[in-house]
Ligand binder design. Structure first.
Ligand code: ADP
Ligand code: MG
Length: 590
């Protein structure tokens, strides 16, 4: 075939494919236009998952009658005038492509009335060709109706997913915008039914309740931070991070409930999503993700929004700084505000002098124990002196002081707290304690606690283990191993992390190597933290180990001082609680 320039209609159908991928993209563009027009209420109505009909109505500024036709031209926009404007974008749109693209691949009817005009305008376009234009009576604002989407693009139609899938995408979109714009009243009607409505009263908390329901919303914690882009430079602008993130007890299998808005624009940014997940490090079971709606605000010149036709990706001038700001803001929220356990105000359990009572009870049971001739001279678990891991400016401990009652199954510690009964998994709890102890030492820059073996041990390794060893030697040394390759199929271990100095060098080395093999390692620090968690697991007291009363009390005391006492470093719970109320209910007292 000879080279030729494609006819205008075909060119615009092709271009439309970049902006309008599926029905949800149409909804997104129309909602963004409504928001740019200053709407206070936006209603989206969908039929057949958006294939038959999408209608978005707003009460925004409307379009002057003389400009309605122009709005549908490609690269026609009222939002920028010069290329420099791109670096100070305050609107969601700016490319002037959406209406033209939508009109190229559907039948569109726009009814609009500008705030300054008496009469409205109705314009109809079918597959890019104008069908009619008249003056009509209309309320202020704009109503865009899109019918028969992709009627002239059979290839795209074929790739559309089931109607239910498209409906889900559209609902996800509307609910997210409802959270990011709590002062706008959103309504979504699908197949003639109102499936979602937000109050639009301006409260983000209320919007979250509209979306997630009261039960879930209760576990969403507010973030509010204003962090410097660069710690050392106060001449630079700051990054605002607001929104809500879930308490560690609320999590999802998928990452799709993590929503990020940059300057009011919903973006897909795997880096920032990772920053959020990182903030929950060791607090969530592995493979689980938080619910998060994180809104980042920064000066427009710090972010390039013109990366992709759908504007779903952005680039940051200082990406690392934004990453750190988000991670810090979320981490702070999660650690500070995570609710402990449902608190109750019961007569017996809720007594205000719990601390004194706890001491009294503890003394009494100690005396009782010695009457029975038990040996109390055993050392507390772990060889290290008790370390306070909290820094002085930390908030109050997130775990109340506990009184140990006893041990069951040589596995769990039964304890009493101000609000009820606690069952502590001794292994998981000890893992958490050791982990925070080492991490605290690391933060202070102490060398990794390491213990030299009296005699270096030769450990035979598989070929793939040898490769892992060679690749990860620096990580192993950073956590206290001193080890070197010894011939082609063995390693010479000279020192072990102090915590596991008593284990066999073979077990110790193989355990960490299998840990290295198992996980991805996004950053050096994360890789080492994972190895430390693995060492702590190895070192922690095991299920089946009988503990003395003193050991248990020591364990509980040290757990109390942990920053994140509720989960082990691998994210499994360290304890279960039964509140006084739950007990009363179970025993038919309440
Ligand atoms: P962009 O939003 O990138 O400017 P669009 O093709 O989405 O491009 O819209 C073109 C223009 O039409 C906008 O710049 C705006 O002036 C006008 N417009 C579109 N939708 C609306 C609306 N709902 N209310 C008011 N004006 C609108
Ligand atoms: Mg637009």
């Amino acid at each position: 075939m000879p080279i030729r320039v494609l006819p205008e209609t075909i060119a615009s159908q092709i271009a439309a494919g970049e902006v309008v991928e599926r029905p949800a993209s149409v909804v997104k563009e129309l909602v963004e236009n409504a928001l740019d027009a200053g709407a206070g209420a936006i209603t989206a109505a969908i039929e057949s998952g958006g294939r038959r009909l999408i209608r978005v109505a707003d009460d925004g500024a409307g379009i002057p009658s003389g400009e309605v036709e122009l709005a549908f031209h490609r690269h026609a926009t009222s939002k920028i005038a010069a290329i420099e404007d791109l670096s100070r974008i305050q609107t969601l749109g700016f490319r002037g492509e959406a209406l033209a693209s939508i009109a190229a691949v559907s039948h569109v009817t726009m009814v609009t009335r500008h705030e300054g005009e008496q009469a409205g305008t109705r314009l109809r376009i079918e597959g890019g060709r104008q069908a009619s234009l008249d003056s009509v009576g209309a309320p202020q604002g704009t109503i865009v109706t899109v019918e028969h989407l992709f009627f002239n693009v059979p290839a795209r139609l074929k790739f559309l997913k089931a109607e239910s899938t498209e409906r889900r995408h559209i609902a996800a979109l509307i609910t997210r915008y409802a959270m990011a714009y709590p002062h706008v009243r959103f309504t979504l009607e699908q197949e003639g039914q109102t499936v979602f409505r937000s109050s639009g009263n301006g409260s983000l908390r209320d919007a979250l309740t509209d979306v997630y329901g009261a039960e879930h919303a209760e576990f969403l914690l507010p973030i509010a931070a204003d962090l410097p882009i660069d710690d050392g430079r106060d001449d630079l602008p700051s990054v605002g991070v607001t929104g809500y993130v879930s308490a560690p007890s609320l999590h999802r299998a998928g990452r799709d409930q993590m929503t990020i808005f940059i300057n009011g624009r919903w973006v897909q940014d795997s880096q920032l999503a990772y920053a959020i997940v990182q903030a929950y490090h060791t607090l969530l079971p592995s493979g689980r993700h938080p619910i998060a709606i994180v809104m980042v605000t920064l000066p427009p010149e710090e972010v390039d929004v013109n990366v992709h036709p759908t504007k779903a990706e952005v680039r940051f001038r200082r990406a690392d700084a934004i990453f750190t700001a988000v991670q810090r803001a979320v981490r702070h929220t999660v650690i500070d505000q995570a609710p402990v356990a449902p608190l109750s105000e019961s007569v017996f359990w809720g007594s205000p002098d719990w601390e004194a009572r706890r001491e009294r009870l503890a003394r009494a049971s100690r005396e009782h124990a010695s009457q029975l001739g038990m040996d109390l001279s055993e050392a507390a678990p772990g060889q290290h002196p008790h370390q306070r891991v909290r820094s002085s400016d930390s908030p109050t401990p997130s775990l109340p002081m506990l009184r140990v009652v006893g041990q069951v199954g040589a596995m769990y510690i039964v304890a009493e707290g101000p609000d009820g009964l606690y069952l502590i998994d001794q292994h998981a709890a000890h893992e958490r304690i050791l982990y925070e102890q080492i991490m605290a030492q690391r933060r202070e820059g102490a060398p990794p606690p390491s213990q030299e073996l009296l005699e270096p041990a030769v450990v035979e390794l598989l070929p793939e283990e040898m490769m892992l060893l060679e690749e990860n030697r620096s990580h192993l040394e950073a956590i206290g191993f001193v080890v070197e390759p010894f011939g082609r199929q063995a390693a010479l271990v000279r020192a072990l992390p102090a915590l596991i100095a008593a284990s066999s060098p073979t077990d110790a080395l193989q355990a960490v190597l299998s840990e290295v093999a198992a996980g991805e390692k996004p950053t050096e620090a994360a890789a080492e933290e994972r190895l430390i968690a693995r060492v702590c697991k190895q070192a922690a007291i095991k299920a089946g180990q009988v503990l003395s009363y003193e050991e248990m009390q020591e364990l509980a005391r040290r757990l109390e001082t942990c920053e994140s006492p509720h989960t082990c470093p691998h994210g499994r719970p360290t304890m279960l609680t039964l509140t006084a109320e739950q007990l009363a209910r179970q025993f038919g007292r309440a």
